[in-house]
Design a binder for this molecule. Structure first.
Ligand code: PLP
Length: 404
């Protein structure tokens, strides 16, 4: 047997598909909003994966859920069902518009299911020509070929040959643009209520209400991708609840398992019935281990204490960011909802999110961007005030270093 060798950042370049350029340090342990690397250096985590770790690293309730379920039952095929999956489905239905649930393993898979369902529903219920999907520029829906094609960023979708047809992209928050292209051959309008990857842009109230009405008028389904904005991230369980605009299909993932891979697609009974046995499926989706963790995460996130705490923490972040801006003049806008916060870069730091992330890592802060010009904050929903203060002090040090 080959002896196991120590690994470091150079190993990445030797063994991995070169699709990422990870930071120079390798985290090995996390607790709440703190992380330690191979050298024992401590970091504050303002990223939480990418809006995944809603309860921070290694939350004791999630650790217990994994441990207990891992000693009972890990996996079953879809020839059987399991208790954790049924319980989690019940909870999601109880808390939302939904009446039916499909579990998968990632955001892209949940969206793939949503888009297939929307197409299948329109084709079987209305007409074989009702296949047009209206989506938005800058949108992000995942990396499978269908989801990357519905996403609105050419840099992710181009270079892989012919794409699925009948997908139209129009500017986000532009109701007239949707009105101009929607028709009776439209099967769905797909949007993120708060665009995450594309720059942290929230939909306007008028846009959400207008799109809902256009969908109704054209018998098109409204699909909300809440993979990033869902599970408490904005201070409501799902961000559609802020708007009072209900989708026909909703997808969620990232925070659903608090770091354990699981995603869900929610819909109504009527729409779900378009698909019969065999119409769609997955090997791992809805496995007992993932659903057990999902149940534990759900029980904590969907409480008044955690959801109400989001607004308070947002205020704290925004106050810090405003103070930084007064001193350095680096942000043109601070936006987003709840703990999905975007700070658009301006002045000397315009377009330099990468440099800032690197400087942050040196100071011991894990940060995110959303493109070259937006700093993105997606911390744990239960990050402490002391951790926010400490992380913000590190951010200021990183920024002052870029100024000197
Ligand atoms: C992250 C993300 C996805 C893709 O999720 P994966 O788990 O990476 O497949 C889809 N939609 C949105 C809005 C996301 O933020």
């Amino acid at each position: 047997m080959k002896e196991q060798q120590a690994v470091n950042r150079q190993t990445y370049d030797q063994v991995m598909l070169p699709i990422y350029s990870p930071a120079e340090f390798i985290p090995v342990r996390g607790e709440g909003s703190r992380v330690w690397d191979q050298q024992g250096k401590e970091y504050i985590d303002f990223a939480g994966g990418i809006a995944v770790l809603a309860l921070g690293h290694c939350h004791p309730a999630l650790v217990t859920a994994v441990r207990e379920q891992s000693e009972k039952l890990w996996h079953l095929s879809n020839i059987f069902t399991n208790e954790p999956a049924l319980t989690l489905a019940q909870k999601l239905i109880e808390a939302t518009f939904a009446e039916r649930v499909f579990f998968a393993n990632s955001g892209a898979e949940a969206n793939e299911a949503a888009f297939k369902l929307a197409r299948h529903y329109a084709i079987t219920k209305h007409s074989p020509y009702k296949t047009k999907i209206i989506a938005f520029k800058q949108a992000f829906h995942g990396r499978t070929f269908f989801t990357v094609s519905v996403g609105g960023q050419a840099k992710y979708a181009d270079g892989f040959g012919p794409k699925p047809a009948d997908i139209i992209h129009v500017p986000f928050n532009d109701l007239e643009a949707v009105k101009a292209v929607i028709d009776e051959e439209t099967c769905a309008v797909v949007l993120e209520p708060v665009q995450g990857e594309g720059g942290v842009t929230a939909a306007t109230q008028e846009f959400m209400e207008g799109v809902r009405k256009l969908c109704d008028d054209n018998k098109a389904l409204l699909v909300f991708d809440e993979v990033q904005s869902g599970m408490g991230r904005t201070g409501q369980l799902f961000s559609y609840m802020h708007y009072g605009v209900t989708p026909d299909i909703l997808t969620t993932a990232k925070a659903l398992g608090g770091g354990f891979p699981i995603s869900a697609m929610l819909t109504t009974t009527e729409i779900a019935q378009a698909m019969g046995p065999g119409a769609h499926g997955t090997t791992y989706g809805g496995n007992p281990l993932a659903c057990a963790v999902g149940n534990a995460a759900f029980d904590i996130i969907n409480t008044k204490e955690v959801l109400d705490g989001v607004a308070k923490r947002r205020e704290c972040f925004v106050a810090h960011l405003n103070k930084l801006n007064d001193k350095y003049g680096i942000f043109s806008e601070i936006r987003g909802m709840g703990l999905l916060i975007g700070a658009e870069l301006d002045g000397k730091l315009q377009g330099r999110s990468k440099d800032i992330l690197q400087a942050c890592a040196t100071e011991g802060l894990m940060m995110l961007s959303a493109g070259p010009n937006v700093l993105r904050f997606t911390p744990s929903l239960i990050i402490s005030e002391a951790e926010i203060n400490s992380g913000m002090a590190k951010l200021e040090q990183a920024i002052s270093r870029l100024f000197s």
